[in-house]
Design a protein around this ligand. Structure first.
Ligand SMILES: [Zn+2]
Ligand SMILES: [Zn+2]
Length: 184
């Protein structure tokens, strides 16, 4: 195994282990909620596919939670203690009250305080400088992989430089600009 390949595997393992940390935090939140409400809730899908300035997002209809892996790694303690319950509380509020409530209204705040005993903050204070730069999305030959590049790398590629996926060895080709990241 060469150096680049082992670097890829290391990144891949690291991401997988963060995902399992987040998942187990999500499950703890659901255990607390079920104890509190004496009813069961469907477990959501959890991904680390969010980029840009947001730490997390709850997709209510899809029952899915998406978290930002860069902000997670850089702030993992506060992230697991605050962002995970914050987003789970959105799904629970939706399950309990439906669409007639405000996103950070009384119902959501009650879940945060009474079920999770967490301060109901609506914004995070994480440094987004690294996360907010990676908004140029490229694809390679891997089926399950997207590459998020900075504007600097993107401009280099536009001028003719080539980047190669460390796993499949194919040249990256431009897919789209992630507006949530590049917008300021
Ligand atoms: Zn929120
Ligand atoms: Zn690849």
């Amino acid at each position: 195994m060469d150096r680049q390949q082992s670097l890829f595997d290391k990144n891949h393992d690291r991401k997988a282990s963060w995902l399992s940390r987040v998942r187990s935090e999500v499950l703890k939140c659901y255990a607390l909620a079920e104890e509190f409400y004496l009813k069961s809730f469907p477990r959501p899908e959890v991904t680390l596919s969010l980029r840009g300035r947001s730490a997390g997002v709850a997709e209510l209809q899809k029952n899915r939670l998406r978290f930002n892996p860069v902000l997670l790694e850089e702030n993992h303690q506060e992230f697991l203690a605050q962002v995970v319950p914050h987003e789970v509380a959105h799904l629970l509020a939706w399950q309990l009250h439906g669409r007639r409530i405000r996103p950070h209204g009384r119902e959501w705040q009650q879940i945060m305080q009474q079920v999770f005993a967490v301060q109901p903050d609506t914004t995070h204070r994480f440094d987004v400088s690294r996360s907010a730069r990676q908004g140029y999305i490229y694809q390679c030959g891997c089926e399950d992989k997207e590459h998020a590049l900075t504007v600097r790398r993107h401009n280099k590629i536009q001028r003719g430089q080539q980047y190669v996926c460390q796993r499949c060895r194919s040249t990256l080709s431009f897919l789209y600009v992630d507006e949530s990241v590049t917008r300021t």
